[in-house]
Design a protein around this ligand. Structure first.
Ligand SMILES: [Cu+2]
Length: 440
């Protein structure tokens, strides 16, 4: 038997039994990895199927099988989105999630999406980057009639590509209020070199005036920047084993291009919204510009232990609730009425010996120095308000250094990695690592 035939049969066995839903596959993966230490598989044969992608804070969309067709259900609807401790906005999304739940399939799959419009206005879904028949393209008035409020539409197509795609409403303002989600088409056998961890992050930006909850989708003054619908420190760190090979996928559908920077490691750009890039194009870098409507995929070896920042490097995208109209340019991260946030800020103040409850030390003559304040008044620790297993073991007041479009890559030795996976298991009762949707 040729090796490609053998690979095919291995895949058929591995995938054939596991077509109950991606969550079932993730569960199986988690069960395998949690109890005993898993050997790093980077250098192993690529015959096995790829690891599923995990988008922290975003669920996967389950499916049912109708014969060989994977049947998904998506409903567009308004929702409340808690983007930061004590900051909740009115967004629109799918199935109660913004970004919408991730669709993960295998190259070659036929998919059917039963779509329902729970919005107060018409919409459609466009499948960004997929080569599918024009009737499935989801452009209102051009490829289909708009789906009216309360209406339904069935999309069905075969995906012959592999890569990082996304779905979104094909209406500009609807995109900006949150109507998008990731669509991942995995190759049947993993790309070489094989990765041990695969993470996805959706980049979004919001203009929400103080004391408002509805984003102004016509504004260019973005003051809240999110990874997977959360602003730091509410983002969930990406956990990887020391020595493992890691893939990160970024998707951007906003008004700005975001230069995403990783600390402490070099990576190579291995793919875009068009699929896998040939290895001859890879070069070492540590910042990837994720343009509007683009996906960028990077890979690297997690060589250095520590909690390393991953963040947009546009300075204004490393802040929360940036609003110039606030008196004295004071920046507010949390609603100041929340007792947990306030008590955490007081703890920080005591720890660093300042009078004010919410910032690091300033000079006595600070107010007479031209230019002051710059970053003073912005740091507010709220570790307790964003407590979750993925943050376990970080230094006290770590959250004061986290704002805006920012998360961490936590490169952990086996014992620490396993300990946190055990805590995740305990906290959520779920087998899916890092999915911590309901943590407060
Ligand atoms: Cu940015």
């Amino acid at each position: 038997m040729s090796s490609s035939r053998r690979n095919f049969f291995q895949d058929a066995m591995l995938f054939g039994a596991g077509l109950f839903g991606l969550s079932a596959r993730l569960e199986a993966a988690a069960v395998k990895t949690t109890p005993q230490k898993r050997r790093i598989a980077s250098t192993n044969s690529t015959a096995a199927p790829p690891v599923p992608m995990i988008a922290p804070d975003v669920p996967d969309l389950p499916f049912e099988l109708d014969g060989a067709v994977k049947v998904f259900r998506l409903k567009a609807e308004p929702l409340k989105l808690k983007i930061a401790p004590f900051k909740t906005i009115d967004a629109w999304g799918y199935n109660g999630s913004c970004p919408g739940p991730t669709i993960q399939i295998t190259q070659g799959d036929r998919v059917r999406i039963l779509f329902e419009n729970g919005l107060p206005e018409s919409t459609t879904i466009h499948w960004h980057g997929l080569e599918i028949p024009i009737e499935q393209d989801g452009v209102p008035f051009i490829s289909q009639k708009p789906v009216p409020p309360g209406g339904t539409f069935t999309y069905e197509f075969t995906v012959h590509q592999e890569g990082t795609f996304f779905y979104h409403a094909h209406s500009a303002m609807q995109e900006m209020i949150g109507l998008l989600g990731m669509f991942i088409a995995h190759p049947k056998t993993a790309h070489a070199p094989r990765v041990d961890h695969d993470y996805g992050i959706v980049l979004q930006e919001w203009a929400v005036l103080p004391n408002n909850s509805v984003p102004n989708t016509a504004s260019m003054e973005f003051n809240w920047l999110t990874f997977n619908g959360r602003s730091a420190p509410a983002t969930t760190p990406l956990l990887v084993r020391l020595g493992s090979r890691v893939r990160l996928r970024f998707v951007n559908l906003g008004m700005d291009h975001h230069p995403i920077h990783l600390h402490g490691h070099q990576f190579v750009i291995t793919g875009s919204e068009g699929g896998r890039a040939p290895e001859s194009t890879w070069y070492p870098t540590n910042t990837v510009l994720v343009g509007v409507a683009q996906a960028k995929v990077v890979e690297f070896q997690a060589r250095y232990p520590g909690s390393w920042m991953i963040h947009c490097h546009l300075p204004h995208h490393m802040m929360n609730s940036m609003a110039d109209l606030l008196r004295d340019r004071q920046i507010q991260t949390a609603n100041s009425t929340d007792p947990r946030a306030l008590s955490q800020m007081e703890t920080l103040a005591r720890a660093i010996g300042v009078e004010h409850v919410h910032h690091s030390p300033i000079a006595e003559n600070a107010s007479s120095v031209p230019g002051f304040p710059q970053d003073a008044f912005m740091e507010m620790a709220m570790d307790a308000a964003v407590d979750k297993p993925a943050n376990h073991g970080l230094p006290a007041n770590w959250s004061a250094g986290m704002m805006g479009m920012m998360t961490m890559l936590r490169v952990l030795p086996d014992d620490q990695y396993d300990e946190i996976q055990r805590l995740i298991h305990e906290r959520t009762g779920a087998a899916t690592p890092q999915h911590d949707h309901h943590a407060t």
